[in-house]
Write a protein that binds this ligand. Structure first.
Ligand SMILES: NC(=O)c1ccc[n+]([C@@H]2O[C@H](COP(=O)([O-])OP(=O)(O)OC[C@H]3O[C@@H](n4cnc5c(N)ncnc54)[C@H](OP(=O)(O)O)[C@@H]3O)[C@@H](O)[C@H]2O)c1
Length: 277
């Protein structure tokens, strides 16, 4: 795709390090093209975030996605934090409103939308979240708002216990997970390309009640964990869904227009299937 630029072209992009595996540029540029928006979305590999907000203002960069390892550190540099981002303590989206740069977290929205496409009402649903990192935290806060009953399991027990305490949730070590779950969400990087055979070492008994199982990894689209869950008779949700919905919310914050969600999903899936490589 060749982008036509002129002095009116609005600039968006992604900061993080490394960035080579990000699918946000291909997804957002396709969405701009679909709606005929004069904008371009670029890669900004960035090791240090101290100057990002000032740089956005002086260069009129309208919006940025924020990825690993900056989601938490950048919070201290923005002019304002959206209340959801504030309670999570992490940002994945920056919006330049001229005077102010505002930080948002759309990961939480993305995960909830992906789940709600299968389970409309999340109230009182028993949810096991595997992992206690940034994504787990965002998803945990969002599901708590939805009224779900959350349990956490994590390799490093101390970290898992700390998050469970904040969420008023139950903590279980990997080897001793008890309870029947309606939903399981895998949030560790285990199984991500290229180490696609990996998965967290949790007992098979978690699949007994045939929960809906979501893995937030999107490359591969179906992880080894999801394959196992499917084999055990569970309905599964790929990380592609969360990725597309978090991106759709970013698009709407930046442009004020409804995101072309189906086109964004098709673009990501065709890229992952290797058509655009
Ligand atoms: N689909 C989407 O839109 C989307 C959005 C955000 C993130 N993600 C994906 O989510 C994943 C996690 O991101 P994050 O920001 O939450 O990362 P993070 O903050 O670094 O947290 C990683 C979590 O995984 C656990 N973990 C890491 N390596 C492990 C191993 N070898 N064995 C067991 N547990 C391990 C960590 O446990 P310890 O506490 O023991 O270290 C921690 O709980 C990444 O793959 C990312 O690409 C997807």
């Amino acid at each position: 795709m060749l982008v036509k630029i002129n002095p009116e072209t609005k600039v968006f992009g992604i900061i993080g390090f490394p960035l080579s595996h990000s699918l946000s540029p291909v997804m957002h540029n396709r969405a701009f093209e679909e709606l005929g928006i004069n904008a371009v979305y670029l890669y900004f590999p960035c090791r240090e975030v101290g100057g990002v907000v000032a740089g956005m203002k002086s260069l009129s960069i309208k919006g940025l996605s924020v990825t690993i390892p900056h989601k938490e550190k950048i919070c201290r540099y923005v002019d304002e934090l959206d209340p959801i981002a504030k309670s999570i303590g992490a940002i994945n989206t920056l919006v330049n409103k001229g005077e102010k740069v505002i930080g948002y977290n759309t990961d939480a929205y993305g995960a909830v939308m992906a789940l709600k496409s299968r389970i409309e009402d999340l109230r009182a649903k028993k949810v096991l979240i595997i992992g206690a990192g940034g994504a787990s935290r965002a998803i945990g806060f969002a599901l708590k708002e939805e009224g779900a009953e959350i349990s956490i399991t994590n390799r490093t027990e101390q970290r898992g216990i700390a998050l469970a305490k904040e969420l008023k949730a139950q903590f279980y070590p990997f080897s001793d997970i008890r309870g029947d779950f309606d939903i399981i969400i895998q949030t560790t990087p285990l199984g991500m390309y290229p180490e696609i055979e990996k998965m967290p070492s949790v007992p098979d008994s978690i699949f007994e009640k045939k929960p809906v199982v979501m893995d937030i990894i999107y490359n591969p689209m179906e992880t080894a964990f999801l394959k196992l869950a499917k084999k055990k008779g569970c309905e599964t949700i790929s990380g592609v869904d969360m990725f597309v919905y978090q991106g759709a919310k970013q698009f709407e914050l930046w442009t004020g227009k409804q995101a072309p969600v189906s086109i964004m999903r098709e673009t990501v899936i065709s890229f992952l299937k290797g058509k655009n490589r």
